[in-house]
Design a protein around this ligand. Structure first.
Ligand code: HMG
Ligand code: MG
Length: 304
């Protein structure tokens, strides 16, 4: 398989990153972050989640965030929806793309969405049918594909079963997520090869958390399988409230550095991206998790 010469980066920091913050982040900060990411050239920015505020209070301002951002033509601003109620709220907020999110294990499905895998799929079936009938695009995420905090090892066939179901109900892309960042390149390859027996590889995306420092290695393994879409989080923000100890996604700056170095086109401006990361880290009172942003900060301007 030839490595793709163009990659689509899906920025998930405003959602995956900020959903995990203990402090309430004002909607105005989220809006400025998304606008800065738009200016940096991100083609897709996962903006927020229309989920139960009792479960994830940080995303309770989803409608305000969608109303405040400056949407650029050609840029996607998908939002997570767990059920019909979330879809209805997303449509009312003018969203044109939603993300349904299932899991490869029963235990994680219960913790994250309070239902079994099949109950979740039944909800997503309804969400997909309604969303697609109204002209929205639907992406399908699958959690814990490379390891589960409750069940441990996950067989590729568990992932493939859910991926096939989501693809059959009309998801235009299936995201293989390593929620706890425990996967390694061998596991990544095994899962992608299994899923790709049933779904075109062009419809598969990678979403790698970096808990064990494997996310870029897993990205390279996925690239070698032909995957050309990757989720990442500016400044490496985030984690999942239902996967304790898991850190953020691979930092977008670090992913971009690797892809730039490999001559793979993304259309993203590194300096503006680093500035967006600095902005959100300052707002949160936090050090960046991006190795590239840290290295750049230590260099004199002329050497950048
Ligand atoms: P439940 O408690 O079983 O649902 O939660 P329910 O239908 O009984 O509703 C409970 C209350 O929530 C009700 O309010 C509903 O109206 C309300 P009450 O009557 O008590 O006042 N409610 C909602 N409110 C707003 N928007 C909604 C909504 N739905 C119900 N959409 C439910 C089930 C799925 C709703 C809940 O478990 C939930 O919202 N879970 C979301 C969890 C979540 O957001 N997790 C993080 C995102 S996934 C992730 O990070 C992984 C990913 O990054 C990939 C990876 O790395 O693995 C994508
Ligand atoms: Mg995630």
């Amino acid at each position: 398989m030839v490595i793709p010469n163009k990659v689509r980066i899906v920025e998930v920091g405003p959602r995956d990153g900020l959903q995990n913050e203990a402090q309430q982040v004002p909607a105005a900060i989220k809006i400025e972050l998304i606008d800065r990411l738009t200016d940096a050239g991100l083609p897709v920015i996962e903006a927020t989640a229309f989920v139960s505020p009792k479960w994830v209070p940080q995303m309770a301002d989803a409608a305000a965030v969608m109303a405040g951002i400056r949407r650029k033509a050609g840029v996607g601003y998908p939002v997570l929806v767990p059920n019909r109620k979330g879809l209805d709220a997303a449509i009312a907020a003018g969203c044109d793309e939603v993300v349904v999110f299932g899991a490869a294990t029963e235990a994680f499905s219960q913790r994250n969405t309070n239902c079994s895998i099949d109950e979740g799929l039944a909800r997503f079936y309804e969400v997909c049918a309604e969303a697609i009938a109204r002209g929205l695009r639907v992406r399908g995420d699958i959690s814990v594909c490379l390891g589960c905090p409750y069940e441990g090892e996950v067989a590729p066939s568990q992932v493939t079963r859910v991926a096939r179901a989501l693809y059959a109900m009309g998801c235009y892309e299936i995201t293989i997520a390593d929620t706890i960042g425990a996967g390694t390149p061998g596991k990544t390859r095994a899962v992608i090869e299994d899923v790709a027996q049933h779904i075109p590889v062009a419809k598969i995306a990678g979403h790698f958390h970096d808990t064990y420092g494997q996310a870029l290695a897993n990205t390279l393994a996925a690239l070698e399988c032909g995957v050309a879409t990757f989720d990442s989080s500016v400044a490496g923000l985030g984690g999942c409230p239902y996967a304790k100890g898991a850190t953020g996604n691979v930092a977008t700056e670090d992913l971009l550095y690797m892809l730039d170095g490999m001559g793979i086109a993304t259309g993203i401006d590194m300096e503006k991206l680093i500035a967006a990361g600095s902005f959100i880290c300052a707002a949160l009172g936090r050090e960046t998790q991006s190795r590239v942003a840290r290295a750049r900060a230590g260099k004199p301007a002329a050497a950048k």
